[in-house]
Design a protein around this ligand. Structure first.
Ligand code: FE2
Length: 235
């Protein structure tokens, strides 16, 4: 089984790159299943629209995960009720539509995909460690699914790494998203789970985490600036 994971797709340039390249990458590498984080895929970098969701599925994506920006486009709350391939963090407080976990069939195999969000420097959500413990008491690798992929959407490296160890031997892969900067720590944890603190982004690298660099600089320096907007160079 070959599972391909892409970190946060940012704006138009990120979407364009996925549309342009994903089918080729799938073919070249015999990939069976593709998961992307799409919470910055809208044109303004905030949330995801129904149109983009469908475009990503047409490009070869099987599952889209999200994070703190999941509700930034109004239509998402309705879309997520009927679209099981679009996930939101599983540890959102109760009352939100959609799901943060789903099992998908690929041939004879079952792949579980779990979307979690961190608690530190993130929007308020339920305790991610308690949520993980509850999940692991309910679901078991090799019993409920053949593979389990966890997208942990979080800001800080230590929280992500701790979650990696919590799922060690109980998930196939724990990978972080959200910072848009890939970490150089890809490894197999001691009980066999693949791990990387952050997968990085699909966006224009001539930017500040995918956003226009000049505007971002001006915002930091409190000069004339507008709301963040995605950088549009090639991703
Ligand atoms: Fe995020």
């Amino acid at each position: 089984m070959k599972i391909f994971f892409l970190g946060d797709i940012v704006g138009r340039s990120g979407c364009l790159s996925v549309k342009k390249n994903l089918h080729k990458i799938i073919k070249k590498n015999d990939i069976n299943f593709v998961i992307v984080n799409g919470e910055n895929a809208a044109d303004n970098g905030l949330g995801i629209t129904e149109k983009i969701t469908n475009e990503l599925f047409d490009s070869g994506v099987q599952v889209i995960t999200t994070g703190n920006h999941v509700w930034d486009q109004k239509e998402t709350a309705k879309l997520i009720e009927n679209e099981k391939r679009l996930l939101r963090p599983n540890n959102l407080s109760s009352g939100y539509p959609g799901n943060g976990f789903e099992i998908f069939k690929v041939g004879d195999f079952k792949i579980g995909v779990l979307n979690l969000m961190g608690n530190i420097f993130m929007k308020k959500c339920e305790d991610v460690f308690q949520e993980s413990i509850n999940f692991l008491s309910k679901y078991k690798l090799k019993k409920d699914f053949d593979f389990l992929v966890v997208d942990f959407h979080g800001e800080i490296t230590s929280e992500k790494m701790a979650i990696g160890h919590l799922f060690d031997g109980k998930a196939s892969l724990v990978v972080g998203t959200h910072t848009h900067v890939p970490t150089n720590d890809t490894r197999i944890l001691s009980k066999g789970t693949a791990y990387q603190t952050d997968a990085g982004m699909c966006g224009d690298y001539n930017s500040v985490i995918g956003m226009d660099k000049n505007n971002s600089l001006n915002r930091f320096m409190k000069k004339n600036s507008v709301k963040h907007f995605p950088s549009e160079g090639e991703a």
